[in-house]
Write a protein that binds this ligand. Structure first.
Ligand code: ZN
Length: 363
């Protein structure tokens, strides 16, 4: 978006925004959403793409990514005759521009505050950015959609946060939905059906997105952010099936758990043998607390190890500290594996873990 969005030179610069467009099947790297992918693949294949979709499902499960992929499939100009309608070349001008959010026929309609957050809009210090989609934005969009498409024939408007349409803006959008223009596509994303007006919703084809499975979130975290797989699994367990929650929540939690884990390790270091047994007994009864503690410890250790990479080149005290923390991490992993086994003696395993961890920390 922005003043230079029609300039192919500008589009050629800059990296893709979000996950880069693949070649071939445009939905090939969309994880955990087989339903929406098959509905849209079929619609593209039989030339029956609706003029409006309502992508309903939690934030951070791929709704916006799928919307942009659908736009790419409609706009790609580099397809060979033997490619299917849901395949893209990944390298024509249209693909490149969709990938960089600079295609003149793809409109991403977001509240100002979200555009600032994404770096699409400069922060104006005198003015608080709006949290809502303004009616002027919708009117502008309507005018843009009425214009002849710049290329390809399709014009696509995506509302990744349609729940931020206030009544006036929603009513302005309703006019567009009531008189759909040929080859124009509107995609409204919202977390649940109650989040947008019934009058809007009823004019859209509903496509339901599911929360991602924790193992899918973990895989995506590792693939897209390079996060350590063990840490990714711990983060994913708290993310309620949302990549967005995994990424933003993680930054916040990392600071808290660092403190929590640090305090826990200090306590473990100084405890007497009988105090250790009391703590083991308490944790045996508080499985949630145990789970939180073990995840906090893993996060702490892995963050710490990452901060000190490369571990192999560490010398003296730093090397010793890293090795001790990794021993504790190994202990946590073994403990979790043991406790997951049916019929295991939890108390015994906890006591052994406490004693071993203390011994490892004291060196
Ligand atoms: Zn293309």
């Amino acid at each position: 978006m922005g003043a230079r969005k029609n300039d192919p030179e500008a589009a050629a610069k800059g990296p893709p925004v979000g996950v880069p467009l693949p070649r071939g099947n445009v939905f090939s790297d969309v994880e955990g959403q087989p339903g929406p992918v098959s509905i849209l693949t079929a619609a593209l294949g039989n030339g029956r793409v609706a003029h409006a979709y309502f992508f309903v499902g939690p934030h951070g499960v791929g709704r916006e990514m799928v919307a942009r992929r659908l736009a790419a499939a409609l706009l790609c100009t580099g397809r060979t005759p033997n490619q299917a309608a849901h395949e893209v070349c990944g390298s024509c001008g249209a693909c490149v521009r969709v990938d960089r959010l600079m295609h003149p026929d793809v409109h991403l309609c977001l509240p100002e505050a979200e555009r600032v957050r994404r770096g699409l809009l400069a922060w104006d210090e005198d003015k608080k950015p709006s949290m809502d989609i303004k009616v002027e934005q919708v009117r502008q969009l309507r005018d843009d959609l009425r214009l002849t498409a710049f290329e390809g024939g399709w014009r696509v408007a995506i509302f990744p946060m349609a729940e931020r349409l206030r009544v006036e803006a929603a009513n302005a959008l309703l006019k567009t939905l009531e008189e759909p223009l040929p080859n124009s596509l509107l995609i409204l994303c919202a977390p649940d059906k109650g989040a947008i007006l019934e009058t809007l919703r009823s004019r859209c084809q509903r496509v339901a997105f599911s929360p991602l499975r924790p193992d899918t979130v973990a895989t995506l975290l590792t693939r897209r952010t390079g996060m350590d797989p063990t840490l990714a699994a711990a983060v994913a367990a708290d993310a309620q099936g949302s990549m967005a929650q995994a990424i933003t929540g993680e930054a916040q939690r990392a600071a808290e758990t660092q403190q929590e884990a640090h305090a826990w390790l200090q306590d473990l270091m100084g405890a007497t043998p009988s105090e250790l047994l009391v703590r083991a007994e308490a944790l045996e009864k508080d499985r949630e607390g145990l789970d939180r503690m073990s995840r906090a410890l893993l996060r702490h250790v892995l963050h710490d190890a990452e901060a000190q990479l490369p571990v192999a080149s560490l010398q003296g005290d730093a090397a010793l500290r890293a090795r001790r923390l990794l021993d504790v991490a190994e202990g946590v992993l073994n403990l979790r594996a043991e406790l997951a086994r049916p019929g295991t003696n939890a108390r015994l395993n906890l006591e052994r873990f406490m004693l071993d961890a203390q011994a490892a920390l004291r060196g």
